[in-house]
Design a protein around this ligand. Structure first.
Ligand code: ASP
Length: 359
């Protein structure tokens, strides 16, 4: 099976950047979600399981879309999409999170606001029902960006964030995965076949971007291991000037590559302002520009950049995927695994969920 099949798809939604303050453009919104990437194959999934996942993805996508459609913020849309996936035991986030080596669930999450790059992140949390809401509280509080373990839980109590019994997160399926990993000395991917992290990225009607990611990490993780999901710039990033990103995959590689910020930075430089006397490009075509003389971030450019950064992850030996939304409303998936639970919707009527690379 082609493990490093690089795949991307693009949504052509726009000709001008939403941050150009063109009132005609302010109605555009766009959202993409994921529920993890990995060895997800049609032949190993029953039609019922497939329908279950598609329904869960659609429910999360609808929750986020509804916020954006009614003029709500990208931050609210990201939360609205992530919370139901955290509560759904099918995904490795919140309820249904994987088990650590020591047999507990330790949750990580991050959220970032593209307006001012304010961010909040938490790691190693054991009692907070919806870690994405705690990440948002960290961001709103503003004194720190990244809280861990017991400190993060004390902060949650101070802020009135819902606390639950650790048993809420436990599922038999994940317990058995830990037992298999220990008994057969397997890696996390060998027992799970896939990464089940959840994430969402959104462009709101006012042109602002946001990104969020929530995860239980990897089965059998030890010694307080932290993955990429809560690390700002690795698994999560948002900047109104370029894009919003959420990742899923082998977190160690995403941290080493700095995947989320790397993609956003490359896109920011791609959308530079051209001198007014700029001629055609090397193929003789006029370069497509957005208002203000900026190079328009077309779907093709965004796909190329995301694929190039994911190729770096693959070169180092990592696998996984990203979802990307740009100021123009492009919604892109790029992944090097046989499948990724994913969905996207926008103000032009696009509304789709997909699982397999061939979808
Ligand atoms: N990226 C996550 C981690 O390494 C795992 C996942 O995507 O499911 O913690």
């Amino acid at each position: 099976m082609p493990r490093f099949l690089l795949l991307s798809a693009c949504l052509l939604a726009a000709t001008a950047p939403a941050h150009a303050h063109d009132p005609a453009e302010e109605q555009r919104w766009s959202i993409a979600i994921h529920g993890g990437a990995g060895v997800i194959l049609r032949e190993t999934m029953t039609p019922e399981q497939q329908a279950d996942y598609e329904a869960a993805l659609q429910a999360a996508l609808d929750a986020g879309s509804q916020v954006l459609r009614s003029g709500g913020s990208a931050m609210d849309a990201v939360k609205a999409a992530i919370v139901p996936m955290e509560d759904d035991p099918k995904f490795n986030a919140g309820r249904g999170a994987v088990f650590t080596w020591d047999g507990v669930n330790e949750l990580d999450a991050a959220i970032m606001d593209g307006r001012d790059r304010s961010a909040g992140a938490v790691t190693g949390v054991r009692t907070v029902k919806n870690p994405i809401l705690l990440a948002e509280a960290v961001k709103d509080d503003g004194r720190h960006v990244f809280l861990s373990g017991e400190g993060a839980e004390r902060f949650a109590q101070d802020k009135g964030i819902e606390i639950t019994e650790p048993g809420w997160f436990e599922t038999q399926r994940r317990k058995e995965a830990l037992e298999r990993l220990k008994t057969n000395e397997l890696s996390a991917l060998d027992v799970d076949y896939k990464y089940g992290t959840v994430g969402a990225v959104a462009l709101e009607q006012h042109g602002n971007l946001a990104a969020g990611t929530s995860t239980g990490g990897l089965t059998g993780k030890r010694w307080g291991r932290i993955g990429d999901a809560p690390v700002i710039g690795a698994g999560t990033y948002a900047d109104n000037r370029s894009c919003a990103i959420s990742a899923t995959g082998a977190g160690e590689y995403f941290i080493r590559v700095g995947v989320a910020q790397e993609i956003c930075t490359r896109l920011r430089f791609s959308s530079r302002t051209l001198p007014s006397d700029t001629g055609p490009d090397e193929t003789g075509d006029q370069i497509e520009t957005a208002p203000g003389g900026r190079v328009a971030l077309t779907g093709a450019i965004v796909s190329d950049v995301a694929d190039a950064v994911m190729a770096e992850v693959a070169e180092l030996g990592g696998d996984g995927g990203v979802i990307v939304v740009t100021p123009e409303g492009e919604a892109i998936f790029s992944f090097n695994t046989p499948g990724m639970y994913r969905g996207r919707a926008n103000s032009d009527g696009l509304n789709e969920v997909a699982i397999f690379a061939s979808d």
